[in-house]
Design a protein around this ligand. Structure first.
Ligand code: HEM
Length: 423
C-alpha cells in the first residue's frame, strides 16, 4: 500500500485528475528519498536552487551510465545525438545559442509575434467547424491540431506530413512516462521512434538545403553561426526536440485553460469584457494547472546538501514543478486560481539554463486560442467534470474535454458581454 503523497501515488493514473492534495502531502518532506533511490524534491526554494546548480545534470546518457538506480542502455538502433535539453554546458549553451538565433530577436525579430495573424486564422478555422452541432471535444478538435500546425509551420514541415508527425510526437512523449516500463525500455522505444523521425527529417533537411525557405530548419542548416554552424545531426536532433517539446505541452495548456475557465465562469465572462486579462491569466494557468508536472530525470554530479538532506553523487533527482508552483511559502493562497495574481514567478517553464525555449510561442498560441473559444462558444459547459486524463504524470492534461454549447458566434461578430461578476 503506497504512502499518502508518495511518488508512487502521484505516478498512479488513478490520481491524475486531482494530484494536488498528494503534492501538498509530498511538500511536507521537501527532499524525499524513494525506495529505488530516486530523490523527489517538491518545494519552491529547493527546486529553484537545484535548477540553477551546475552539479545537477540533464544528460540522460550520464544517468544511464551512472551506475545508480538506472540500468545502462544497451546497443539500440542508430541514434541522433542527444538534443540540447538533455545536454550540459558547454554543448547545451552552444546548441541553444545557435537555435535561439532563429526563434526571435535580435536575429529573427518578429518571427513568433509575426505568427499571431496566421494563428488567429487557424484558430478561427478550427472553431468554425464547431458550428452546426452542440458538442465538441476541445482536445481532439482544437487544442491538439493547433500546436501541431504551428510547430510544423515553424519547422517547414509540409501540411500533408503533419499526421505522421503527431504520431511520432505521441510515441516520444509516452516514453517520458516513468510509470510505464523500465527506464531502459523507455529509452529504447524513444530511440527507435527518434530514429524513424530522424530519417524523415533528414529527407526534409535535404529538400530545405536544396531550396531554403523562411523556416527554422532552413535557418539552422544555412546559418554559419558565430563560432561555426550546427552539424546536420544536431539540426535533426534540435528539430526533433522542438517538435516534441512544442507539441503536447501546448495542447495541455490550452485544454487545461479551457477546463479552468469552465470551472470559473466569472473569469470566462471577464475575459470577454477585458481582453487584457489574458496575459496574467495564461501565467496563472502555468502555475495553477501546469502542463509539465515534473522533471523526472536529473542526475547529481556531486554530493549535494539541501534542506537537511545529502543527495549523493550519481543519484536520480525528480523535480516536482507542480508542487513548487503551489508552495504556500512562495504563493499566498496557492490553491486559488487568480488571473490577477502579481509576483507570479511560477515554474511552469522550468528555470535556469534549460528554461523553456518555446515560451514565447506557447504564450502567443494560448493568448490567441483561449479568448477566441471564450468569445465564440455561447453558454459553454463541461459534459464531464473531471474529464478523462492521459495517464502520463509528467505531461499532464485531459485526454478529452467534451464541451456543450448553445451556438457558435460567427468569426467576425462583436464580443458578447455576459453578466458581470461571478467567480
Ligand atoms: C505551454 C507550453 C510549454 C510548456 C509548459 C513548456 C515547458 C517547458 C519546461 C518545464 C522546460 C524545462 C525542461 C527542463 O528543464 O528539462 C522546457 C524546455 C524546453 N522547451 Fe518548452 N514548454 C512549452 C512549450 C514549448 C514550445 C512551443 C517549444 C518549441 C517551439 C518548446 C521548446 C522547449 C525546448 C527546446 C526546451 C529545452 C530548453 C533547453 O534545454 O535549453 N517548449 N519547456
Amino acid at each position: 500500500m503506497a504512502q499518502p503523497g508518495s511518488y508512487e501515488q502521484i505516478l498512479d493514473p488513478a490520481n491524475r485528475a486531482n494530484p494536488y492534495p498528494l503534492l501538498a502531502e509530498l511538500r511536507k518532506t521537501p527532499v524525499a528519498r524513494q525506495e529505488d533511490g530516486t530523490y523527489v524534491v517538491s518545494t519552491y526554494d529547493e527546486i529553484v536552487a537545484l535548477l540553477h546548480d551546475p552539479r545537477v545534470s540533464s544528460d540522460i546518457g550520464c544517468l544511464a551510465e551512472s551506475g545508480s538506480a538506472v540500468p545502462p542502455l544497451d546497443e539500440g538502433p542508430p541514434r541522433l545525438p542527444l538534443p540540447f535539453i538533455n545536454r550540459d554546458p558547454p554543448e547545451h549553451d552552444r546548441l541553444r545559442g545557435l537555435a535561439v538565433r532563429h526563434f526571435g530577436p535580435p536575429h529573427t525579430p518578429g518571427r513568433i509575434d509575426g505568427m499571431r495573424p496566421w494563428l488567429t486564422e487557424v484558430t478561427t478555422g478550427l472553431i468554425d467547424k464547431f458550428a452546426g452541432k452542440n458538442r465538441a471535444d476541445i482536445v481532439d478538435e482544437f487544442a491538439y491540431p493547433l500546436p501541431v500546425t504551428a510547430i510544423c509551420k515553424l519547422l517547414g514541415v509540409p501540411r500533408e506530413d503533419q499526421p505522421r508527425f503527431a504520431r511520432w510526437a505521441d510515441a516520444i512523449v509516452e516514453a517520458t512516462n516513468p510509470s510505464t516500463g523500465t527506464f531502459e525500455q523507455r529509452m529504447r522505444t524513444r530511440a527507435q521512434v527518434m530514429a524513424e523521425l530522424g530519417q524523415y527529417l533528414n529527407g526534409l533537411a535535404d529538400a530545405h538545403e536544396r531550396q531554403p525557405g523562411d523556416d527554422l530548419i532552413s535557418g539552422l542548416l544555412t546559418d554559419p553561426g558565430p563560432q561555426g554552424p550546427m552539424s546536420r545531426e544536431d539540426v535533426l536532433a534540435t528539430a526533433d526536440l522542438l517538435l516534441v517539446a512544442g507539441h503536447e505541452t501546448t495542447v495541455n495548456l490550452i485544454a487545461n485553460g479551457m477546463l479552468t475557465l469552465l470551472r470559473h465562469p466569472g473569469v470566462l465572462d471577464r475575459l470577454n469584457r477585458e481582453p487584457g486579462l489574458i496575459t496574467g491569466l495564461v501565467e496563472e494557468l502555468l502555475r495553477y494547472e501546469p502542463p509539465v508536472h515534473m522533471l523526472p530525470y536529473r542526475a547529481t554530479l556531486a554530493d549535494i546538501d539541501i534542506a537537511g538532506t545529502t543527495i549523493p553523487e550519481g543519484s536520480v533527482v525528480c523535480l516536482m514543478l507542480a508542487a513548487a508552483s503551489r508552495d504556500p511559502l512562495r504563493f499566498p493562497d496557492p490553491d486559488r486560481f487568480d488571473p490577477d495574481r502579481s509576483d507570479n514567478q511560477h515554474l511552469g517553464y522550468g528555470g535556469g539554463i534549460h528554461y523553456c525555449f518555446g515560451a514565447p510561442l506557447a504564450r502567443v498560441e494560448t493568448q490567441v486560442a483561449l479568448p477566441e473559444l471564450a468569445r465564440r462558444l455561447v453558454n459553454p459547459r463541461l459534459v464531464t467534470d473531471p474529464p478523462p486524463y492521459r495517464p502520463n504524470p509528467v505531461l499532464r492534461g485531459p485526454r478529452h474535454l467534451l464541451v456543450e454549447y448553445d451556438a457558435v458566434v460567427p468569426a467576425g461578430a462583436p464580443v458578447r458581454v455576459a453578466s458581470p461578476g461571478g467567480g
